[in-house]
Design a protein around this ligand. Structure first.
Ligand SMILES: O=C([O-])CC(=O)C(=O)O
Ligand SMILES: [Mg+2]
Length: 208
């Protein structure tokens, strides 16, 4: 695993978001199928025509193990971009997860595979496989621009996209933010007087 990817696995999406000043998080309707899922990997992007998922098969074939397939399905919630068969293929090829601004089907089977899918929900209808779409181009997913190779960090709270050129800076900031949060928690934990002091200090700052 690339070192920077490895380091981000220890950092929650909330700290990444704070380091990015709240920018670049996907819309909250894109959720993990299970709360325990945590993904950190490089985006392999897919742009598909609404209702046609053939380009995702090409993505599975071309992506590297550890990559996260990020799909621009134009927000369509009628046709599934994948089901348990397609997800099992991705899993066997070592793909780390799928993030889509659309829906999947065969949800029971996909949950049984324990493969991280972040999506808007489920449907019954399949997509066509007639062709069209692109891989490894800049896309829009969940209101965020995603370039091939950007870092995708997802967990129970949502999905954040870190532009590749900013990843070192964001990693440093996110680590600092985590440390600060831990110190703050330790200062007040279980101590009403310390909580009063913290609140008074914060309020005093506001009124300046
Ligand atoms: O084949 C599809 O497009 C969707 C599906 O049901 C599967 O992957 O199991
Ligand atoms: Mg199926």
């Amino acid at each position: 695993m690339d070192n920077i990817v490895n380091q981000f696995t220890k950092i929650p999406t909330t700290a990444v978001s704070d380091a990015m000043d709240g920018m670049n998080n996907m819309e909250s309707s894109i959720k993990p199928l299970k709360e325990v899922y945590k993904i950190v990997g490089r985006a392999f992007t897919v742009q598909m025509p609404v209702g046609d998922n053939s380009m995702i098969l090409r993505a599975f074939n071309e992506a590297k193990p550890g990559d996260v397939i990020v799909v621009d399905a134009k927000g369509d919630t009628y046709r599934a971009i994948a089901g348990d068969f397609m997800v099992s293929i991705a899993q066997t090829l070592g793909i780390q997860g799928i993030v889509v601004d659309g829906v999947i089907r065969d949800i029971v089977g996909i949950k049984a595979l324990d493969f991280p899918v972040f999506c808007k929900g489920t449907t019954v209808a399949a997509s066509a496989k007639s062709g069209g779409g692109k891989v490894q181009v800049p896309i829009s997913c969940g209101g965020v621009t995603v370039h091939p190779g950007d870092l995708i960090v997802g967990d129970a709270d949502g999905v954040v996209v870190i532009p590749q050129e900013k990843e070192e800076e964001i990693l440093k900031k996110a680590k600092e933010k985590l440390e600060k949060d831990e110190q703050r928690e330790q200062q007040v934990a279980g101590n009403p007087e310390a909580i009063r002091k913290y609140l008074n200090d914060m309020i005093a700052k506001l009124s300046k």
